[in-house]
Design a protein around this ligand. Structure first.
Ligand SMILES: Nc1nc2c(ncn2[C@@H]2O[C@H](COP(=O)(O)OP(=O)(O)OP(=O)(O)O)[C@@H](O)[C@H]2O)c(=O)[nH]1
Ligand SMILES: [Mg+2]
Length: 665
């Protein structure tokens, strides 16, 4: 009988071997009799036709198996940076993670980005150094890189022999191994005073069990980071890794008898068109035929529940705290919705949003409406593509991370919907930052005075029976959007929102929605918005009045504050054959990249630079020609920098800023 459920994410830089490792773990657990291959397109988790053709993971996928008495729901994620949003959505539902590295390539750009997110969220993490069978494998060097670039609290629990060869093997380091003991104490005693005292008093009195328990405790707190070596391809090192997953990662059961609280992290559509929500349940129990509250105010009846069991999914009457399930019946459910009461865990923005956008046109003009519908469906599964419609020009545009995502979108529209499309030029997604602080106030019917300040607006610009005062302040770059409330609770329209918390949550939503378009039409970032005043007339004022008033007041505040339009820059890491360095550097200087001296490493050289996102894309396209197809480019978001000259303007999505017309979601 299975005692507990562990929701485990497999994360890594692209091609590190996540999907292959997933196959290997399923095989080791006896769920599959034969190991599928990414290259042949026969794995359990790369099931989309596109994933099989391209040999890369595009969507996260869940499979399950058991290790001893632990039921593991494994989420295989994509590693390509164009699909980082898929990883982001999964993070909130994990109990633990295995971050995979390659024993040849070591710590790669995406490895660091993912590790930082795992640490920020305090997700217990094991490191798996994969591909020790490949020529060039160097576990010692990779361990050093892990310590210097990822975490000083890394402890290798296994040892590889004959690495660099298919015959490479892995064994667990003996519990009595003096070097391992010293290393464990070194890492663990820093946060474990009693352990340090025991060590100082009598080193030999510390039992291996004591050390293992201390390691499990600190791993669970995401303080210590156990490292395992192996090969997903040959199976070397999988035994110790499985033991580590079951023995060192905690499974948070939650209280199945408590009120329901869950989180939707993925949406799929059945061939019938029905929406299926993947949800993690944190507390309580969800049963078929329950009427469940989700998202803002929606309620619907659950028609089916399926959980993951031994590779397949199985119908169940209920799903309880600690588990992940596919839930049917919630017709309008969206990614990020809570089920029941909202819990502490929600989807956070952990990675930078897309930096590019492109207008997409149907090849056959009469398919424009169908294209819009198809993109709306795809946006349910990936809200960050942020489909925008310019009604006047009849243009549809989408946000993008890069060309691979664009190709996948194009292929999905062709394959899944039969719509052929062409993308126009890819342009940067600029953002706006407030230049200064400013306030704005709109008073109920303009004639009534504000409850707080006694002021009334001079002109009657407020068509809504509600009062709202907002303050906008610039915040340091990279801090995103923060919404605060500074209103006497007695002024809050509690007959609409019930509690002060609910009011704040809803207002935060309205503010965020309104900040999607600043003065020049770009998303506003790096600011603090304070709710400073509020008024209503009961009965009469409704939630819709506050919703519609928010963009109006915020627009005024931004107008007064002024905004600076900024362009996305990325850090680019280039690897190329030594004899092509000259050509690459020349191209870099043409594109305006800052040039550092290339670092030769044998036959290859690497160079790092910072470029605008659009220029980096140009470079990506030129690279094969410049390097005989051998150059590799990796880019990661760096910063937003103010543009010089006239700020680029984006036409607003809706002409009506008052929000009288419905804002598309
Ligand atoms: N030699 C060797 N090759 C491996 C190993 N693990 C994976 N590979 C190969 O590496 C390539 C990428 O493997 P995947 O499992 O698709 O990697 P991934 O991390 O899932 O890739 P994405 O999901 O696209 O990010 C494939 O060609 C695998 O056969 C390994 O342990 N040894
Ligand atoms: Mg994969």
């Amino acid at each position: 009988l299975l005692g507990r459920t562990l929701n485990l994410g497999i994360l890594a830089h692209v091609d590190a071997g996540k999907t292959t490792l997933t196959e290997r773990l399923l095989y080791a657990a006896g769920v599959i009799d034969e190991i599928g291959s990414v290259d042949k397109g026969t794995t359990q988790t790369d099931t989309l036709a596109l994933e099989r053709q391209r040999g890369i993971t595009i969507k996260s996928a869940v499979v399950s198996f058991a290790i001893d008495d632990v039921a593991v729901n494994l989420v295989d994620t994509p590693g390509h940076p164009d699909f980082i949003a898929e990883v982001e959505r999964v993070l909130a539902v994990l109990d633990g993670a295995v971050l995979v590295l390659s024993a040849v390539e070591g710590v790669q750009p995406q490895t660091r980005i993912l590790m930082r997110a795992l640490q920020r969220l305090r997700i217990p993490t094991l490191l798996f150094v994969n591909k020790i069978d490949r020529r060039g494998s160097d576990c010692e060097r990779v361990l050093e890189e892990i310590r210097s670039k990822l975490t000083p609290a890394a402890v290798a629990l296994t040892r590889a022999t004959a690495e660099g060869d298919r015959a490479a093997t892995v064994e667990a380091r003996a519990a009595g191994d003096a070097e391992l003991r010293a290393r464990l104490v070194d890492v663990l005693a820093e946060r474990d005073e009693p352990l340090l005292r025991e060590w100082v008093a009598d080193e030999s009195a510390i039992s291996p069990g004591r050390l293992h328990d201390a390691l499990a405790v600190q791993t669970a707190r995401a303080e210590a980071c156990p490292v395992f070596y192996g090969s997903a391809l040959t199976g070397a090192g999988i035994g110790p890794l499985s033991a580590g997953i079951a023995g060192l990662l905690p499974a948070e059961a939650g209280d199945a008898a408590a009120p329901l609280s869950g989180l939707v992290f993925k949406i799929e559509r059945e061939p019938s068109g029905e929406r299926i929500a993947y949800a993690r349940i944190f507390s309580g129990t969800l049963e078929v035929r329950d009427r469940v509250r989700f998202g803002r105010e929606d309620k619907a009846k659950v028609t089916a529940i399926r959980v993951f069991a031994d590779g397949a999914d199985a119908q169940r009457p209920a799903v309880k705290a600690g588990e992940i399930a596919k839930v049917s019946g919630l017709a309008d459910v969206r990614i990020g919705d809570s089920l029941g009461t909202a819990g502490a865990r929600r989807l956070a923005q952990e990675f930078p949003p897309p930096t590019l956008e492109s207008v997409v046109d149907p090849v056959h003009q009469d398919e424009r409406e169908r294209l819009r519908g198809a993109l709306a469906q795809l946006a349910e599964q990936d809200p960050l593509i942020d489909v925008r419609q310019d009604d006047e020009r009849r243009e549809i545009s989408v946000s993008l991370y890069g060309d691979v995502q664009k190709e996948v979108l194009e292929a999905t529209l062709a394959g899944g919907y039969g719509i052929e499309v062409v993308f126009r030029e890819t342009t940067p997604l600029y953002v706006e930052r407030p230049a200064e602080s400013a306030d704005a106030l709109e008073v109920l019917y303009a004639k009534t005075k504000s409850n707080v300040t006694g002021k009334s607006s001079p002109a009657s610009t407020n068509p809504f029976p509600a009062t709202l005062g907002l303050r906008v302040e610039p915040a340091p770059p990279g801090t995103g959007i923060e919404v605060r409330a500074d209103i006497d609770v007695r002024l809050l329209p509690l007959y609409i929102y019930k509690t002060a918390g609910a009011f704040e949550e809803q207002m935060t939503g309205y503010v965020r929605e309104a900040l999607r378009e600043g003065r020049f039409g770009w998303r506003v970032v790096d600011c603090v918005v304070t709710l400073a005043d509020c008024g209503y007339r009961a009965p009469g004022t409704t939630a819709a009045d506050f919703r519609k008033l928010t963009p109006l007041v915020l627009g005024q505040a931004l107008e007064r504050a002024g905004t600076v339009v900024c362009e996305p820059n990325v850090r680019v890491l280039l690897e190329m054959p030594v004899d092509t360095v000259g050509a690459v550097v020349a191209a870099l200087s043409r594109l305006g990249g800052s040039i550092q001296t290339p670092v030769p490493e044998g036959e290859l050289a690497t160079v790092e630079t910072v470029l605008s996102a659009v220029r980096a894309r140009d470079l990506q396209r030129q690279l094969p020609g410049l390097t005989r197809g051998e150059g590799v480019l990796e880019s990661s978001f760096e910063s937003y920098e103010p543009v010089s000259g006239d700020p680029p303007v984006r036409r607003r999505r809706t002409l009506d800023r008052l929000g009288v017309g419905e804002h598309p979601q």
